[in-house]
Design a protein around this ligand. Sequence first.
Ligand code: AMP
Ligand code: MG
Length: 331
Amino acid sequence: MICLGIEGTAHSIGVGIIKDVKGSCRILSNLIKAYQPEKGGIHPREAANHHATYIADLIHDSVQTADIDFADIDLLSFSQGPGLGPCLRTAATAARALALTLEKPLMGVNHCVAHLEIGRGTVTGCTDPVLLYVSGANTQVIAFAEGKYRVFGETLDVGIGNCLDKFGRTCGLGFPCGPKIEELAKQGTHYLPLPYSIKGMDIAFSGLLTCAENYVKNRAQMEDVCYSMQETTFAMLTEVTERAMAHTEKQEILLGGGVASNRRLREMIETMARDRGAKFFVPARAVCVDNGAMIAWLGFLMYNSGLRMSIDDSVINQRFRTDMVEVTWRG
Ligand code: AMP
Ligand code: MG
């Protein structure tokens, strides 16, 4: 089966085409175009305008790159939520239009679950992981338990990526500045104390963010502030992930989201995995970030398990929670 998936929850619009090959995912194409605000954070309407500008070309280019015809597509899927309303609506509208034109079925999928499933589908040996999903807007620890993907811990305020980006914006590092913070942190030598806020299994970043900004205002070395931010936030993430592993007794850890590119975060999670005798997986960057292939793959899994979605049921859900999804495709 061949599925074309459209991702459009936030800053990126992506179109990916996948083919299932005996239960694993072959990616035929996976194109992404990311909106970059000139200043400030993501403006939902501006981002949606960006997506509307590029979606038609992306669909054509993705079909061409996959070396297929439109007639070869068996299923259309799209990110139904969670995300920014205008962005979600743009992607959903394109997917509906394409499904109606091609007279093919349509499937809306949960973006967070797609991050986990693309790991299972493309990374050899990754079968039942705890996912540490670290992106701009989202920070969640997710694992499969009793028929659903459950959130074992999550941020109570901003996502880790937003925390890093907000810091970078205030301090003039530009956007997105996760990679810049990573570079600067390598030169940091002095740990500056920052709030370590874990509440139960959940995490909060905003107090730490204010504190880090104050260090910069008081002329602390930028390298030391970046280093301290990474050490503290990543330790919080590692602690919650480890507790979820212990609780679920799972033996695999998967990273997902844009912040998964960070070497220091990988190192910390990998060390924890090794100490527990667990396996550690990071998918290729192209499928770690928001992308259409993961949406296509989850659309296929859902459809293949017997689920169907009418156009009427394909309304977007900005607050689509990970644990609202009935997982019908796992035994
Ligand atoms: P996503 O929302 O999943 O597309 O991820 C985007 C986020 O990843 C942005 O907040 C970036 O700052 C962050 N990011 C990308 N690369 C890195 C990195 N090397 N270290 C930390 N954060 C990163
Ligand atoms: Mg994402």
